[in-house]
Design a protein. Structure first.
Length: 277
């Protein structure tokens, strides 16, 4: 197996950490980023020079480009760039403050866009590579109480799908990863909630509040999910989407069928607004 070099944002926990561990264990090189110093000292101690580390707050967009450039400069070729850093902030749209909205969108959308944009000149110069974006079932199926989280995930879906068409001529593949619920820190209580408004008590948006009160069962195995993400990098051509988890498959296919039904019946009325000759 040919050794590869991967760049991954957010390797301190969750999917990012699992990806880094599996890749390093199999002999690859990993360039990872973290916000908090000391959070991956064990990986640095065990893998030494094969683990390049950059300190990065993904909301610092100029710094994103600086860190990506440094990784390519220090390591030379990077085969796979993974946009992974992000978090969940749930609640009805008006339960989040303006600052919370901006931070959520900057982290989950703009940070991922900037990571890809920063990597593109390097990937073009080296003649190709792979961009992998960790999205979510929430990027294709929407639920009340998660409107701002969906905004970031749906946004990155559209960006990456269009980007795949833009960069295909340069030998750069693009993949969106659509995991369902997984047994990571995200599902064990690290997600954040807006300040609840009594106006939403008893409404569909209030259902997400249960995530903080009771343990919500999830079926996704982060070890298996990371292994599938790694395997997808070897697929040719690059799969545009990789759906992981039976819960994700059911939610995504159900949402897509419903969306198609909503528009198919409008074929004739849609044509009524066409200009006449």
């Amino acid at each position: 197996m040919t050794t590869q070099t991967w760049f991954i944002t957010g390797v301190n926990s969750g999917f990012g950490r699992e990806l880094a561990q599996q890749l390093l264990a199999r002999g690859d090189r990993v360039a990872g980023t973290v916000r908090r110093e000391g959070s991956v000292d064990d990986l640095r101690a065990e893998y030494g020079d094969r683990f390049w580390l950059g300190h990065l707050d993904i909301t610092d967009l100029p710094k994103v480009r600086e860190v990506v450039d440094a990784a390519f400069t220090d390591l030379g070729r990077i085969d796979v760039v993974v946009g992974n850093a992000g978090y969940g902030f749930f609640g009805a749209a008006e339960e989040l403050t303006d600052d919370e909205v901006v931070h959520q969108i900057t982290t989950n959308l703009l940070g991922s866009i900037q990571t890809a944009r920063a990597a593109l000149p390097h990937l073009r110069a080296q003649g190709g590579g792979r961009l992998i974006q960790i999205s979510s079932v929430a990027g294709l199926a929407a639920h009340a109480g998660a409107s701002l989280y969906h905004a970031g995930k749906w946004g990155i879906e559209g960006f990456m799908e269009a980007l795949a068409q833009e960069v295909a001529p340069f030998g750069i593949g693009v993949t969106l990863v659509e995991p369902g619920g997984a047994r990571t820190a995200f599902s064990r209580g690290s997600l954040r909630m807006g300040e609840p408004l009594t106006a939403y008590d008893g409404t569909p948006a209030a259902l997400v509040r249960q995530f903080k009160k009771t343990a919500v069962p999830v079926i996704g195995d982060p070890v298996r999910i990371a292994a599938r993400v790694i395997a997808s990098a070897a697929q040719q051509p690059a799969p545009l989407r990789v759906v992981l988890g039976s819960d994700s498959y059911q939610a995504v296919t159900g949402a897509l069928r419903q969306r198609l039904q909503q528009v198919e019946g409008q074929k004739d009325t849609a044509a009524e607004t066409d200009a006449t000759a």
